[in-house]
Each structure stands twice: as C-alpha cells, then as structure tokens.
Design a protein around this ligand. Structure first.
Ligand SMILES: [Zn+2]
Length: 259
C-alpha cells in the first residue's frame, strides 16, 4: 500500500487542473464572480420569497398541511384554500383533533379588536420598530404582551391564567407570515426594522365628464385592512360573540337581590 505524504495529497487534488497535454491550468477562483446590483437584488428576492414560504407553511393554518405540501411539490407555489377534499383528517396539526391542536399554539383572536389595536397610537407610534430581539422588553411581541387590557380584548381571555407569552408570539408569527408586518432594511443595511406593510389600492374611480377617461385615485392602504392578507391567520368567525366578562358577578348580584 502506498501512503501519500500530505504535500503529495494536496498536489494530487490539484491534478484535475492538468489538461490533456499535461499542462497545468490555473485553478478557477469561484469567488471571483461578483454579481451586479440587479442580480444581487434578484437573488435576495428569491431567498426572501423562499424563507417566506417556509414561514407561511409552518405558521398559517386553514389548510391540511399534507395537501399543501403535495400541491407545493407539484406546482412550486404555496397555495391556500385547497378545500376539504384532500384532507388527511387527523395526520397533520391542522386536521388533528378537528383543528383544536393547531389552535392550542396559534390561538384564535377577535379580528376587529386586533385591527383596533393595530390602529391605536401605541402601535402606530412605535413603528418603525427595531427588529433586533434584545430581551429588554421592547420587541414587537412585547407591545401586546405589556398591554393587558388590549391583550384580553383581542384573545377574549385572561392574561397568564389562559393566555401565555407563546400565544402572543404565535400571533405575531402569523402576522409576519401573512405580511401584515414586514421587515425594512435601512439603506446602510446595518439595521432591520418592523413596519406595517402597505398596498396600493384604487380608492376612487369615476368618469366625471363622460369622455370615458377615468379619473383614478390610488392610495397606499395598510394591509391589515385588506381581507386577503388574513388568509390562514387564526381568527374567530365574524359575529362570534365574546363571553360576557361579568356574567358570574351579575348572577351573584341577582341572587343577592332576590333574597
Ligand atoms: Zn391534514
């Protein structure tokens, strides 16, 4: 058996660069390739979209995860609202236990209360908010966790006894996956901040003088005001009644009064 010395081994690896005539060819330097600004932007776009797909698959509910994965594999697109025909019934977290397992983590919220809170000065003034998690109690999730009254209004249950920090974290993961909150990278690329996502929408279109040239007014609208952005976010069905807060006390008071 012939053992190669370290130096020989290194040379033998380089042998692949010797051409047919035995001449040494320069080793190609793969790091020399520098993508231009356009290519860099394109790649960043692809990577962002792939990362978002993963987040959406893991955090947004509403559809059987097996059906969603199968559709993704065949079409390359993460789709929602696939219908109940391809339901796995009990094998994925969305289907298992009639969806109750899913809502243990991604607990349902009252959408109107949540929108009201998102529109409050507390949240609006906090944006753009530093996205670095430094455990100082000023992270995005802390905005809601430290606002007891709104938290109980949004979840319809008591903080700490029923609503835990991971429920709030689950909610914000969904809001980020749904692109209601997005990350903004500062020009220098040194800081990342949370901002509200906005979409250009036609707010007014008319033809005032009948010359068939439409007057179109467009405006940037916060995405939490647009229904499609709420796909997969755990919200109670509209019209779901909140459990009366003081129902117990009232009963007691009636009993006392009847005596
Ligand atoms: Zn399923």
């Amino acid at each position: 058996m012939i053992r190669l010395k370290r130096q020989d081994r290194e040379e033998s690896i380089g042998d692949s660069n010797i051409d047919d005539d035995g001449r040494q060819q320069p080793t190609p330097n793969l790091t020399q390739y520098k993508p231009d600004a356009k290519e860099t932007k394109e790649w960043q776009g692809v990577q962002t979209s792939q990362a978002l797909n993963v987040l959406q698959f893991c955090c947004l509910g509403g559809d059987c995860k097996h059906a969603q994965a199968a559709t993704f594999m065949s079409t390359g697109k993460l789709q929602f609202s696939l219908g109940t025909d391809n339901n796995c019934i009990s094998m994925c977290p969305v289907c298992r236990n009639r969806g109750r397992d899913w809502f243990k983590i991604f607990r349902r919220v009252y959408k109107n209360s949540l929108i009201k809170w998102l529109q409050s000065t507390l949240v609006q003034d906090a944006m753009p908010l530093h996205a670095t998690y430094n455990n100082n109690g000023n992270a995005l999730t802390d905005l809601l966790w430290n606002d007891d009254a709104s938290l109980e209004e949004i979840f319809g249950a008591k903080k700490n006894s029923t609503i835990k920090k991971y429920h709030v974290e689950g909610l914000f993961l969904q809001l980020i996956a749904a692109q209601i909150f997005i990350l903004k990278v500062t020009k220098k690329g040194s800081e990342m901040k949370w901002i509200f996502n906005r979409e250009k929408q036609i707010v007014h279109a008319n033809d005032t003088d009948g010359d068939e040239e439409d007057v179109v007014e467009e405006e940037y609208i916060h995405c939490y005001k647009i229904d499609k952005y709420w796909t997969g976010v755990s919200v109670y069905p509209p019209g779901k009644k909140r459990r009366e807060k003081n129902s117990k006390k009232k009963k007691v008071a009636t009993k006392k009064g009847s005596k």
